[in-house]
Design a protein around this ligand. Structure first.
Ligand code: DGT
Ligand code: CA
Ligand code: CA
Ligand code: ZN
Length: 588
C-alpha cells in the first residue's frame, strides 16, 4: 500500500469523523497525518522496517497502529465501521460549495435526503430555509451551486487556466477608478497545481463601487454572495471568485491571511501567540496580558502591523516568506534561521531541453520552434522529438532522426555564420523506455546525440517493480541525460504509474542523471515533494516545457512555480546554467 493511498484513507476518515460530529482534535489528527504521509518520499513500509512510525511528526501510537494495520492487511476496520455509519449521499452533498460535513448532516437528517436531486427539490420547495442554521439566502445559494456538484466537470482548475481567468479579471478590475490596489491571493498566488476558487483583494474606500464593477464583468454568470466588503461571483468555467475590499492600513494583513495556506497561517498565528500577539486578516495585535491563552480578539483594525505583508512577518520576527512555500512545512523554521532559499526565477532559465516539432506530434517546424525560442531569449534548446515506438506520434526511426540532426547542424551553422549565434540547438531525442525493458533506439545512435530524454509512455499499468526497473535501467544508460515526466501522471485525468520514486532518485543521484520537472500544466512532475527529495539527494533538476508548438514554450513559468514550491534555487536547476556549465554537469 502506497503512502498516497494511506493519506487518502486518512483524509476520508477525517471527513467521516467530522460528519459524525466527532472530537475536532481527532479529526485534525487524521488530517495532519494525511498531510504528513502524503508528502513523504520514503515509503512507510521501509520506514517501519527500520524505526518506529511514532518517530514521524504527528504520528502517535494510535495512528501508528492504523498504519500498521493498513500495511499488513490492506484494510482498516475503523474505515469500514465509519463508512457503514455515514450515508453515501453525505459525500455528494459535501461537494456543493459552501456545504461542509455539519450542514450536510443537518440537511440529510432534517429532510431525509438520499441524493443531490432530493436536495435540489427540497430547495425548490422551500423546505431548506426552515432548518436550523439555514436561511433563504443559503437555500438559494445551494440551488445556485448544486449544478457545480452534479457536473462531472467539477474538478479544480489547472493553475494555468485559473491564471488566464484571473489575468483577464485583473485587467477589468484595474479599469475601475475606485480600485487603488488589487492582488490575487489564495492557492493561485501560491502557485498550486490546481486552484479551487479565486481570491481577489482590492484596496479601496469605496467598496460598493468596486463590488458593482465585479458584478458588471461580462464573465460574471451569477452572484453567490454580497456583503458590505465581500462579494462572491461565479465566473468562467463555473469558477467561484471571492472579492474582498480592504482599507490601506489592513491591506498587507489581508493579503497575508487570504494567501494562506491555512496550515501556514495556523503556524504563524501560533508563533504570534507565543510572543503575546494575535494575527487576523486586519492586522497584528498585542494580546492584553490578562487575556493570555484566550482566543484572538475580534479586532477590526491594523493594530501594530497590517499595511504590508512584510510588516506582518516582521511583527513576529520573520523575514517575508515567498507565497509558493507557504504550505505549513518547514518555511517558518527556515525564515527564523534566516535560511530561506533564494527560489529559482523564470528570468534565470537559459535553456529549454524538451520540445517537439512537426516531424512527430508537434505543430510547428524546427525553424519555427527555434525562432520562437530566440524570441523568448533562450540561449540553447534541445529538439527532442519522439522515437519510433510512439507510432501515434509518427516517432522517428534512425533514418529520420539522422535527417533531423543534419538539418539542425545546418541551422546551427547558419546561425553562427555572422559571429556569435543567438541560440545553440542541441541534437536530441525523446527516446521511449520499451515495455520489455531497454530503449527504443540503439546506443550507438543515442551516443551521437547531444541530449537524450528518456520517457515511459507504454506499459504504464505494469507492476511497480517492473516500471521502477525500466526507469532505473534508463537512468543507468550512459547516453541518457534526463528522465522525462518521471511519474506519468496527468493532473485530474490520470494517476501516476506505480513507481518507487525513492529508488529512482537514488539511481539518478548515483549516476549523475537529471530528473525533469515537466512544465506542462497537466503534468508538473516531478512534483514539489519529489523534486525537493531529489534536490536533497543531490540530483539536479531540469525544468522543461515539452512544447508541442511555439506557444507551448510559454508554460515554462508553470514549471518554475512547481520548482519554487519545491524550494529549488537556480543552482539546483541544470538549465539555469550556461551551455558550457550544463555540459560539465552532464554525465558524459
Ligand atoms: P483553494 O481555493 O481550495 O484552491 O485553496 P485556497 O488556499 O485558495 O483556500 P480558500 O480559497 O478557501 O481560502 C483562501 C485563503 O484564506 C486560505 O489559503 C487561507 C485563508 N483562510 C480561509 N479560510 C480560513 C480558515 O478557516 N482559517 C485560516 N487560518 N485561514 C483561512
Ligand atoms: Ca482559493
Ligand atoms: Ca476563497
Ligand atoms: Zn515530450
Amino acid at each position: 500500500m502506497t503512502n498516497a493511498a494511506i493519506a487518502a484513507i486518512f483524509e476520508h476518515i477525517a471527513d467521516l469523523l467530522e460528519f459524525r460530529g466527532e472530537n475536532v482534535f481527532r479529526v485534525r489528527a487524521y488530517r495532519n497525518a494525511a498531510r504528513t504521509v502524503g508528502s513523504m518520499v520514503e515509503s512507510l513500509t521501509s520506514i517501519r522496517a527500520d524505526r518506529p512510525l511514532t518517530d514521524l511528526d504527528g504520528i502517535g501510537s494510535d495512528l501508528a497502529a492504523r498504519i500498521g494495520e493498513l500495511l499488513d492487511t490492506g484494510k482498516l476496520a475503523l474505515l469500514d465501521e465509519l463508512k457503514a455509519s455515514v450515508p453515501a449521499v453525505a459525500f455528494d452533498l459535501m461537494r456543493v460549495p459552501g456545504l461542509g460535513p455539519k450542514k450536510a448532516k443537518v440537511l440529510i437528517e432534517g429532510l431525509n435526503l438520499s441524493s443531490l436531486d432530493d436536495l435540489e427539490q427540497a430547495c425548490r420547495d422551500g423546505r431548506v430555509k426552515g432548518l436550523k442554521g439555514f436561511g433563504a439566502k443559503t437555500e438559494s445559494a445551494i440551488l445556485e451551486n448544486i449544478g457545480f456538484a452534479k457536473s462531472p466537470d467539477r474538478d479544480r482548475l489547472l493553475w494555468n487556466d485559473a491564471d488566464a481567468i484571473i489575468q483577464e479579471l485583473l485587467g477589468w478590475m484595474r479599469a475601475c477608478p475606485a480600485v487603488r490596489r488589487i492582488d490575487g491571493a489564495g492557492s493561485w498566488r501560491r502557485g498550486r497545481e490546481t486552484v479551487g476558487d479565486l481570491d481577489l483583494l482590492v484596496e479601496s474606500d469605496a467598496p460598493t463601487v468596486v463590488m458593482d464593477h465585479l458584478r458588471a464583468w461580462k464573465e460574471t454568470t451569477s452572484v453567490l454572495l454580497s456583503g458590505d466588503t465581500k462579494t462572491s461571483i461565479r465566473g468562467p468555467q463555473g469558477v467561484q471568485i471571492d472579492l474582498r475590499v480592504i482599507d490601506a492600513e489592513s491591506y498587507g494583513a489581508a493579503l497575508q491571511y487570504f494567501t494562506g495556506s491555512k496550515e501556514h497561517n495556523v503556524k504563524l498565528r501560533s508563533r504570534a501567540r507565543d510572543r503575546g500577539l494575535s494575527i487576523n486578516e486586519y492586522g497584528v495585535h498585542r494580546i492584553p496580558s490578562d487575556d493570555r491563552g484566550g482566543g484572538a480578539a475580534d479586532v477590526r483594525h491594523a493594530g501594530i502591523a497590517g499595511r504590508s505583508e512584510a510588516d506582518v512577518y516582521a511583527a513576529v520576527g520573520l523575514p517575508w516568506i515567498p507565497p509558493e512555500i507557504r504550505e505549513g512545512g518547514a518555511e517558518i523554521l527556515l525564515a527564523e534561521r534566516n535560511s530561506l532559499p533564494h527560489l529559482v526565477e523564470l528570468g534565470e532559465i537559459r535553456g529549454d531541453l524538451h520540445m517537439h516539432t512537426n516531424a512527430t506530434d508537434g505543430e510547428d517546424t524546427l525553424g519555427e520552434m527555434v525562432r520562437a525560442a530566440i524570441e523568448r531569449g533562450l540561449a540553447y534548446i534541445a529538439v527532442t522529438d519522439h522515437s519510433q515506438r510512439v507510432t501515434m506520434a509518427h516517432g522517428l526511426d534512425r533514418k529520420r532522426l539522422l535527417a533531423q540532426w543534419s538539418e539542425i547542424d545546418r541551422l546551427n551553422d547558419s546561425l553562427a555564420a555572422e559571429g556569435d549565434p543567438p541560440i545553440v540547438v542541441l541534437k536530441g531525442i525523446e527516446v521511449d523506455m520499451l515495455e520489455k525493458g531497454g530503449l527504443d533506439l540503439p546506443d550507438e545512435l543515442l551516443e551521437k546525440a547531444d541530449w537524450v530524454v528518456a520517457s515511459l509512455h507504454y506499459g504504464q499499468n505494469q507492476p511497480r517493480d517492473r516500471i521502477t526497473a525500466r526507469i532505473i535501467e534508463a537512468i543507468e544508460n550512459p547516453n541518457v541525460s534526463v528522465i522525462g515526466h518521471p511519474t506519468g501522471r496527468l493532473i485530474n485525468r490520470r494517476q501516476a504509474y506505480e513507481v518507487d520514486i525513492e529508488a529512482v532518485i537514488e539511481a539518478a543521484a548515483r549516476s549523475g542523471t537529471f530528473l525533469e520537472i515537466n512544465a506542462n500544466p497537466w503534468r508538473l512532475d516531478l512534483d514539489d515533494h519529489h523534486a525537493a527529495a531529489a534536490k536533497k539527494a543531490g540530483v539536479k533538476l531540469v525544468i522543461s516545457t515539452d512544447a508541442h508548438s511555439t506557444r507551448g514554450l510559454d508554460v515554462m513559468r508553470c514549471g518554475i512555480l512547481q520548482a519554487r514550491r519545491a524550494g529549488l534555487e537556480a543552482k539546483d536547476v541544470a538549465n539555469t546554467q550556461t551551455l558550457a556549465q550544463l555540459k560539465k554537469l552532464m554525465k558524459k
